[in-house]
Design a protein around this ligand. Structure first.
Ligand code: TEU
Ligand code: CA
Length: 557
C-alpha cells in the first residue's frame, strides 16, 4: 500500500460560525480560529477542514456562496484568512477548504446575470427549463423541502435548486462553468491551501433527460437519490484532477451523498485520477425512517458492524476510507450511538479510530458534546429542519409534537450549538448574544474542564491521535488489514488489525449492561500489551470474556 501523508492524518472539522467569536457579535470568526490553533495542536490533529468562509448571504450558513474569492463579512477579512493560513502552517497544521460548486448563491454575480435574460451569455451557467403543462418540469424535490424548481418571473422559466431556492445549481455540462471553477480552485491553491472537501460533488452531473424520480408512499416529491452519481460525474472529476488537483500536494475528499462502494472505488481510486477519499453516508443513514431522516429509531449495532465492515473490506488496497460519524450535518454521535456519557463517547471513538482510513473529528466531538434540547421550532436556525417542520405539519403528514421530537434528535443544529470552551457565560464562545442557543450542559462539558484531566474525553481523543500518528503501532493502525470478529454479537463490536507480525484486537461493548462473550482461543495471548482503555480496570483477555457497560480496550496480541 503506498504510504502518504493524508492517509496518516487526522482531520478536525471547524464550523466557523459556531467555533469562537472574538468581536462580540455572537458569530464565530476567523480570528477566533487563530486564537484556538494551539488548542488544536495540543489535541494532536494535523489537518483542519474549514466549513465555508466565503462571502455568503447565509441562507444555508455559508453553503450559498456569492463570491468564492472573498471572505464572509461576519467571519472577517482576507488578511485574517492569510494570517490563519500562516499561523496554521507555522504549527504544522494544514488547511482544507470547503469547495461548494454544485450550486452558488442566487446573489452570485453569475446568477444575477444568468437570470437577467434568456439571451444573457451566462444563461447556461445554470439549469433553466420551460414549464411543463404549466407546472415544474419534473417531480424533483429540494433537500430543504418543496420543489427543486423555482419559477423566475423575469424570464418566465424555472431554475433548478436541489437545496434552497437561494442555491441555484450550476450547469456542469457547460465547459465554461468547469473552466471558471477550476480557475477559482487554482487561485486558492496558489495561496497555499492544502486541499478541498467537495460539497455534494456526487450531484454535479444531472440525470440525462431529467426524468421524474421514483416517489415513495408519504413523499411529496420524487426521491433525490436520482441526483447522485450522474452519467458524467467521473469525467468532470478527472478533468478537475488534470486541470488543478494533480498540480499541487493536496488532500481531497468528496462529500458523496448516495455513493455506493462500487462508485467509491471510482471516486477514490488508488490511481489518484479523481479524489483521495469520499464521505459515504450509508452508516449514518441506518437510523433513517422509511420516507425521510426524521425518525428516532435507534441504530442497530449488527447493521452498523456489517456496513462499516463492508466499507473496510471493499476499499482495502483499491481506494481509501474516510472515518466519521460527526459533522455539521449530523446529530452528535454520543447521543445517537451512546448514552451521552463520557465513557460511551470514548467507546465510540475507540471503535472508529482504530479502523483503516482517515479519521475526521468534528468540533466538540473531542469533548463529548451532546445533542441539545431546543424545546421549540423557534430555537432552530437550520433551514433544513425549519422547512421540514412547516412543510410536513402543514401537509398533515406529521403531528407537530411528534415531528418536533424527531427534529430535536436528528437536526443539523445539534452539531451547530456553540463550541463549549469553558463554564463562563455562553460557554466562553462569545461575550455577545450567540446566533444559536448554547447547550445548557456547557457548565459540565467544556474544554477548560478537560484539558488537564487525564480521564477526560479530550485526553482520550488526544491519546487515540497519538497512537495513530506517533507510536510504534502507527503503521498497523493506518495500513493494517481489518477483520471483523464476533459478527453475530448484538452488543460487542470487535475487530482485528493486522500488519506483518503486528496484530491488534479492538473490543468495544456498545451495551449499557455488562456483557459476556467468547473469544476465539487463537486470540488469547499470555501477556498482551494494552494500547488504550476507557475504564480504570480492564477485562482479563481470556476465552470467556466479560466487559462492563461501554467498556472499550485495545490489545496488541
Ligand atoms: O450537505 C448535503 C447533504 O447531503 C446534506 O444536506 C444532507 O442532505 C442532509 O443535511 C442530511 O440530512 C452539504 C453540506 O454539508 C450541507 O451543510 C449543505 O446544506 C448542503 O450540502 C448544501 O450545500
Ligand atoms: Ca464574531
Amino acid at each position: 500500500m503506498n504510504k502518504t501523508w493524508w492517509k496518516e492524518s487526522v482531520v478536525y472539522q471547524i464550523y466557523p460560525r459556531s467555533f469562537c467569536d472574538t468581536n462580540g457579535d455572537g458569530i464565530g470568526d476567523i480570528r477566533g480560529i487563530i486564537r484556538k490553533l494551539d488548542y488544536l495542536k495540543r489535541l494532536g490533529i494535523n489537518v483542519i477542514w474549514l466549513s465555508p468562509v466565503y462571502k455568503s448571504p447565509n441562507d444555508d450558513n455559508g453553503y450559498d456562496i456569492s463570491d468564492y474569492q472573498a471572505i464572509m463579512d461576519e467571519f472577517g477579512t482576507m488578511s485574517d484568512f492569510d494570517e490563519l493560513l500562516l499561523e496554521a502552517h507555522a504549527r504544522g497544521l494544514r488547511i482544507v477548504m470547503d469547495l461548494v460548486v454544485n450550486h452558488t448563491s442566487d446573489e452570485h454575480a453569475w446568477f444575477v446575470e444568468s437570470r437577467s435574460s434568456r439571451e444573457n451569455e451566462k444563461r447556461d451557467y445554470y439549469i433553466w427549463r420551460e414549464a411543463k403543462d404549466g407546472k415544474e418540469p419534473n417531480n424533483w424535490g429540494s433537500y430543504f423541502s418543496g420543489s427543486a424548481w423555482e419559477w423566475d418571473k423575469t424570464t418566465q422559466m424555472y431554475y433548478l435548486h436541489f437545496f434552497s431556492k437561494k442555491q441555484p445549481d450550476l450547469n456542469w455540462a457547460n465547459p465554461v462553468v468547469r473552466e471558471k471553477v477550476f480557475e477559482m480552485m487554482t487561485w486558492w491553491c496558489e495561496k497555499g491551501i492544502d486541499g478541498f472537501r467537495m460539497d455534494v460533488i456526487s450531484m454535479i452531473s444531472k440525470p440525462e433527460g431529467f426524468p421524474d424520480a421514483p416517489k415513495k408512499e408519504g413523499m411529496l416529491y420524487g426521491d433525490n437519490a436520482i441526483t447522485c452519481n450522474g452519467p458524467h460525474v467521473h469525467e468532470y472529476l478527472q478533468e478537475m484532477n488534470r486541470e488543478v488537483l494533480s498540480r499541487y500536494d493536496l488532500v481531497t475528499v468528496g462529500e458523496c451523498a448516495g455513493v455506493t462502494v462500487e462508485e467509491a472505488k471510482k471516486y477514490a481510486n488508488a490511481q489518484g485520477s479523481e479524489l483521495n477519499m469520499v464521505f459515504q453516508f450509508e452508516h449514518v443513514g441506518l437510523d433513517a425512517g422509511t420516507v425521510d431522516k426524521w425518525d428516532k429509531t435507534p441504530m442497530s449495532l449488527p447493521a452498523l458492524k456489517e456496513n462499516l465492515t463492508k466499507w473496510q473490506k471493499e476499499l482495502d488496497e483499491v481506494a481509501w476510507n474516510s472515518i466519521f460519524f460527526c459533522n455539521h450535518d449530523q446529530p452528535r454521535v454520543v447521543s445517537r450511538l451512546g448514552d451521552d456519557s463520557a465513557v460511551s463517547a470514548k467507546c465510540i471513538a475507540t471503535m472508529l479510530h482504530f479502523m483503516q482510513g482517515t479519521p475526521y473529528i468534528y468540533q466538540g466531538e473531542e469533548l463529548g458534546m451532546t445533542n441539545c434540547s431546543f424545546g421549540s421550532i423557534d430555537n432552530f436556525r437550520d433551514i433544513e429542519s425549519i422547512n421540514a417542520y412547516y412543510e410536513l405539519t402543514e401537509a398533515g403528514l406529521r403531528q407537530p409534537e411528534e415531528l418536533l421530537s424527531c427534529i430535536e434528535y436528528k437536526s443539523r443544529d445539534n452539531a451547530r450549538t456553540p463550541m463549549q470552551w469553558s463554564d463562563e457565560e455562553n460557554a466562553g464562545f462569545t461575550t455577545g448574544n450567540p446566533w444559536i442557543m448554547v447547550n445548557p450542559n456547557y457548565t459540565e462539558i467544556n474544554a477548560k474542564k478537560q484539558l488537564d484531566d487525564p480521564d477526560s474525553v479530550f485526553c482520550f481523543y488526544k491519546k487515540l491521535i497519538t497512537l495513530r500518528r506517533n507510536s510504534k503501532w502507527s503503521d498497523v493502525i493506518v495500513y493494517g488489514r481489518y477483520d471483523l470478529i464476533l459478527p453475530e454479537d448484538e452488543k460487542i463490536f470487535a475487530y482485528i488489525r493486522t500488519l506483518e507480525d503486528r496484530k491488534l484486537l479492538i473490543l468495544c461493548n456498545f451495551s449499557q449492561e455488562k456483557e459476556k462473550f467468547r473469544l476465539p482461543c487463537e486470540l488469547i495471548s499470555a501477556q498482551p500489551e494494552i494500547l488504550i482503555q476507557n475504564t480504570e480496570n480492564v477485562p482479563e483477555l481470556r476465552e470467556d470474556m466479560e466487559m462492563e457497560a461501554w467498556q472499550a480496550v485495545v490489545y496488541e496480541l
